[in-house]
Write a protein that binds this ligand. Structure first.
Ligand SMILES: [Zn+2]
Length: 770
């Protein structure tokens, strides 16, 4: 088996063996010279010879991967491996004296050599020692043994004394303050320090806070150390979406520079995978070649039985919100793993309801919230009742109490930091929600559609059911498309589909799908066109355009061709390799691509688009997480410019209502997860169902719903509260019904193209240096 140099424990065996052998070489050299004291004059020459030998040896080492150990001069002091080259007599003398001062034994003549079963010098006697110095400056100490009294020190067996657990300085020195806290939290959870008898936790940090690095630090620590001087575990499984398997592998390599070998499995034949997994599971303590397994959810589910055959020290589930359904096959398969240490990573723990939240907590720490039905009765029902805008004061009070109780329970095993922590390292971000007026054509088509017989029938039907049916969803999609551009429903109008009776006549005589007509859509052509043109002509900035619909991306392409902007487009079908290529091309500051088009569905895959500092979200998604992830493409590490986000909404339409529903979901999530006390209760469930109404008279339906007390006649008279920023609820942003108070000059200019209202806020006042 080759490759000792890169495999944790084995590395140390191989290395200590190497050291011993070197000592032997050294002594031989000493003997040779001491036998020839008269040849002092030739000593210099001797060194030269020796350097040559050393050079040859280095070459030999390089040829042999099994011997890929750090180079150092043969006679350099053992303690300073890096001290290459500087090699003088006094150092040499010092070394010899040091060697001679110890009763060094040459191996026995019939010594068989090392079989690697047990390296020389591996067994330590005397008191245990921490692997890294806990008293070093900036040492990140995860565990400190209890102080012993003088008497205990005398009586306690040296071999059983506990030691400090200290993060390897290689990682410790690169962790940012919040990451140090995070690692300590993870360690305390998985060692049962925070909740007795429970060893799991959820890390729900927002994107960009370094969840991966924090987990790698935890893994590396558990694999090497423990309070009793032994590693806490020898096997770790990371389960991730298949698109991220490679990424984890790369990150491990990046941060640990090959100190650890990970087995990454995403595809292959069934037998092949089973064989590899069997090998992983059969590894014995201290002989673990691959201490880390990285596997996709799908592959895990299909091969779970192999992984259930023995204990595993730790499992990490990336994008853990996949485990929101207690009854899914993946959940059941993972739950059967023989491990109590479970870490679930998610940027967005709650997406739809409290029950999903229960599933996640139940996965990591089974039992702390009771059974499903206990949870429903005790928490879910009263909390939801209290959150409804129609709730009575008593309901509200009870809901708040239950929420507080739930929060205090789960906060012991959940950590959530928002990206605002990072803001001090990043350029300022200006987020803007821009309401844009529909064009007359859009308004006419919109009204025709919502008053159609088909839609009215649908509404009657849905009244009897609960929630939104599939056919309602189809109507919603058509309205969203219309809000983007009338062109997108032209085909339906032409074929006179249900709800589109009479629509074709409303289109202008000269309408053609071949040529984009900017003036037919409020958002796309008037506002977006202006923003792009101004960005192109007055700045060196680049722009990311995001939409839910590929049809809208087609529209963007038409616009870019019309204006002769160079662009790239990321497609869901594109191979990972090709993706990387276009991303690199776009991020190149000297590249000529001006626009990057992105489908919000493809947006969550760790894409880094820092080449752009302006991002336009053309339509809102039902899921706030998708929108957040899209925004995180540009506002992240490495961004140097001030960032501007534009979230375009068609005023008074279904888009505003979708956006409001997003806010509702966010409010729910921030209640439990961020523990914000007074998340205002803006929308009742009844209001949310009122999707199909067009509010023609408003400049912002969303602002109307706030019943805002900081604005008089839609004009802001009191600024947002001190200390608020763009992570706060929209009601605490700046409200602008005219271009005056806007931060962004480009948007000021775009106002007359059809903007009716803008919510805007900054991430922070100014960027701090690192
Ligand atoms: Zn207001």
């Amino acid at each position: 088996m080759a490759g000792f140099s890169v495999e944790g424990i084995h590395f140390s065996l191989a290395y200590s063996d190497y050291v011993d052998r070197e000592l032997v070489d050294t002594t031989e050299i000493i003997f040779r010279r001491s036998l020839a004291p008269s040849q002092l004059l030739k000593r210099k020459q001797g060194f030269e010879e020796e350097e040559q030998t050393q050079h040859k040896r280095k070459q030999k080492l390089k040829c042999d991967p099994a011997e890929d150990v750090p180079d150092r001069p043969v006679l350099a002091p053992l303690s300073t491996q890096d001290n290459c080259g500087s090699f003088n007599l006094s150092a040499h003398e010092a070394l010899i004296r040091k060697i001679l001062a110890k009763p060094f034994k040459v191996p026995l003549p019939n010594y068989q050599g090392c079989t690697y079963s047990r390296g020389l010098g591996i067994k330590r006697k005397g008191p245990r020692r921490a692997l890294h110095d806990p008293y070093e400056e900036n040492a990140l100490v995860l565990y400190s043994p209890p102080e012993l009294t003088a008497h205990e020190k005398l009586t306690a067996a040296l071999e059983s004394q506990e030691v400090h657990v200290v993060v390897d300085p290689v990682l410790g020195k690169i962790l940012r303050p919040h990451q140090r806290e995070g690692v300590k939290f993870l360690y305390d959870c998985v060692t049962g320090e925070r909740i007795e008898g429970s060893y799991g936790c959820i890390m729900a940090d927002e994107m960009g806070l370094g969840k991966t690095l924090q987990c790698i630090t935890l893994i590396w620590t558990l694999l090497k150390q423990g309070p009793n001087g032994q590693p806490i575990t020898n096997k770790v499984i990371i389960v991730a979406p298949s698109s991220l398997v490679k990424n984890w592998h790369n990150e491990l390599h990046k941060w640990l520079s090959g100190r650890i070998s990970a087995l990454a499995i995403d595809s292959g034949s069934k037998d092949e995978i089973d064989k590899k997994l069997g090998m992983f599971m059969s590894q014995q303590e201290r002989r673990t070649t691959y201490p880390v397994l990285i596997i996709s959810y799908e592959t895990f589910r299909l091969h779970a039985s192999v992984l259930h055959t023995g204990p595993v020290g730790l499992v990490i589930c990336d994008e853990g919100h996949r485990l929101k359904n207690l009854e899914s096959q993946t959940y059941l398969a993972l739950d059967k793993l023989k491990t109590t240490r479970r870490v679930l990573l998610s940027g967005t723990p709650i997406q739809n309801d409290l029950l999903e939240y229960f599933s996640l907590v139940h996965f990591v720490n089974g039992g702390i919230l009771g059974t499903v039905s206990e949870f429903k009765k005790k928490f879910e029902t009263p909390i939801l009742r209290g959150r409804d805008a129609d709730a009575s004061d008593a309901d509200h009070k009870k809901g708040a109490e239950k929420l507080a109780e739930l929060a205090s329970l789960v906060n012991k095993c959940i950590i959530r930091r928002t990206a605002t922590i990072l803001s001090k390292y990043l350029p300022v971000k200006v987020e803007q929600v821009v309401c844009c007026r529909l064009t007359p054509l859009q308004t006419q088509l919109y009204k025709l559609f919502i008053q159609s017989k088909a839609l009215r029938m649908e509404l009657v039907k849905s009244k009897s059911g609960s929630g939104i049916s599939a056919s309602s969803l189809a109507f919603i999609t058509q309205l969203k498309k219309l809000a983007n551009h009338p062109e997108l429903i032209y085909d339906k109008a032409r074929t006179v589909e249900e709800g589109f009776e009479g629509a074709l006549e409303l289109f202008p005589q000269n309408f053609s799908l071949k040529q984009l007509q900017p003036d037919l859509s409020g958002k796309s052509m008037q506002v977006l066109d202006y923003i792009l043109a101004m960005t192109k002509s007055t700045t060196t900035d680049k722009v990311v355009l995001v939409s839910n619909y590929t049809q809208t991306l087609d529209l963007f392409e038409k616009l870019c061709r019309l204006r002769r902007y160079q662009y790239v487009r990321l497609d869901g079908t594109m191979s990972i390799k090709k993706r990387q290529k276009i991303v690199d091309r776009f991020n190149d500051p000297h590249g000529s691509d001006f626009v990057f088009m992105l489908s919000s569905k493809a947006g969550g895959c760790g894409l880094n688009l820092i080449g752009a500092n302006r991002l336009v979200m053309f339509d809102p998604d039902w899921n706030p997480a998708n929108d957040d992830q899209a925004m995180a493409r540009v506002w992240r590490d490495g961004q140097k410019k001030k960032v501007f986000i534009y979230r375009l909404l068609s005023t008074g339409t279904i888009e505003e209502k979708i956006f409001q529903r997003q806010a509702h979901k966010k409010a729910l999530s921030s209640c439990v997860v961020d523990e914000e006390e007074d998340v205002e209760r803006h929308f009742s469930v009844g209001e949310l169902k009122d999707l199909f109404r067009l509010n023609e008279d408003t400049i912002s339906d969303t602002h109307d719903k706030f019943r805002c007390r900081r604005c008089v006649n839609n004009s802001q008279v009191r600024p947002p509260p001190d200390g608020s920023d763009c992570s706060a609820d929209l009601s605490q942003w700046h409200h602008s019904s005219d271009p005056k108070g806007l931060e962004d000059i480009l948007l000021k200019g775009a106002w007359s193209s059809g903007v009716t209202f803008v919510f805007h806020h900054k991430s922070h006042e100014k960027q701090l240096g690192l």
